[in-house]
Ligand binder design. Structure first.
Ligand code: AKG
Length: 321
């Protein structure tokens, strides 16, 4: 069986410290039940909320772009997204590339899908604004994402926001699925301190990269599943989450998306909204992976580019928490 791990720390999904996400597709049309469950669990997982074929169209649209820059093995089927060794990512206009991935029409159909907006309308009880910025993620074998709350990165406008993590293809646990810590949205120690930070002003790194240490400190089981195209996982700004390592034995890259939704008439975080969101600074481009810096200066996910939009790689650093 393929190893399941996060940041190199082996995890055993049949251990009592791990569990399966609860499926809420049976209550998807019941606003009261959805709100109650979100309050209780800190997340809502929907198996098959979206049409698989539509999700695969978005997958194809994005993978074609990664194939153009040499990230995907041209001798294997495109949709398998097998990593290649001859990437040109350091020789392209990364700013333009990232913008082209983010703004594809098939991807937009997923981010603004009526069923997804409907869930958020139920949760928020009002018309919904999808953040203008979007986070499509291409995760190479060996890569993962550190553990964090989304709040410090998203809440300059309002705290009534939900994130949706959407696998753009099948993403098993061993291929880098998202995991979240049960009950972490009620964790007083985190709510009093970490939850109140602003990631840019306070310059915070990941809360941690060791799932075992975090679990020992905060309790709760780590929850995940083997995701399939069409599934959606929504969670609060205060649900501790991160990713499993992509240990694909075939070298498959993981493709997924994260997007945020809030009430249409509430103030918006200027980092991610408006015609040109300020993000984490105009000299940085969303480009996850390529190394581990414990997300200091957002480097695990955001890369500096020069005036031509070319990648300026930060010096290597395997710093962990
Ligand atoms: O997909 C990942 O690896 C991380 C996603 C994430 O942090 C999020 O959806 O907020």
């Amino acid at each position: 069986m393929t190893q399941i791990s996060s940041h190199g720390i082996a995890l055993n999904p049949v251990d009592p410290g791990f569990g399966e996400l609860r499926d809420s597709i049976d209550i998807v049309d019941d606003a009261t039940a959805l709100r109650a469950r979100m309050r209780e669990d800190g997340y809502l997982f929907f198996r098959g909320l979206l049409d698989r074929k539509l999700v695969l169209k978005a997958r194809r649209e994005i993978l074609l772009k990664y194939a153009i820059i040499g990230e995907i093995d041209p001798e294997k089927p495109l949709l398998d997204a097998i990593a290649a060794n001859d990437t040109a990512i350091d020789r392209i206009n990364l700013r333009a590339f990232a913008e082209s991935v983010r703004s594809g029409i098939e991807y937009e159909r997923i981010v603004l899908h009526p069923r997804l907006l409907g869930v958020h309308r139920h949760l928020l009880g009002s018309e919904v604004h999808a953040f203008d910025f979007r986070w499509p993620r291409f995760v190479r074998p060996g890569e993962a994402c550190g553990f964090h709350y989304d709040g410090p990165y998203m809440m300059r406008g309002t705290d009534r926001i939900f994130s949706s993590w959407i696998p753009l293809g099948d993403v098993s646990r061993s291929e880098g699925a998202l995991i979240l810590l049960e009950g972490s949205h009620r964790q007083a120690a985190l709510l009093k301190t970490y939850a109140r930070k602003d990631a840019d002003r306070d310059k915070i790194p990941w809360l941690g990269t060791d799932p075992i240490k975090l679990q020992a400190r905060y309790g709760g089981r780590w929850l995940s599943t083997d995701f399939t195209a069409g599934d959606v996982l929504c969670f609060t700004m205060h649900t501790l989450h991160g990713a499993l390592d992509n240990n694909s034995p075939e070298g498959r890259c993981r493709l997924s998306s994260d997007t945020r939704y809030q009430c249409a008439d509430e103030p918006r975080d200027e980092r991610w909204n408006g015609a040109s969101p300020i993000a984490h600074g105009q000299d940085k481009v969303f480009c996850p992976g390529l190394g581990n810096w414990n997300n200091r200066d957002f480097q695990d996910e955001w890369k500096r580019v020069d005036a031509r939009g070319r990648l300026v790689m930060p010096p290597p650093n395997d710093e962990k928490d």
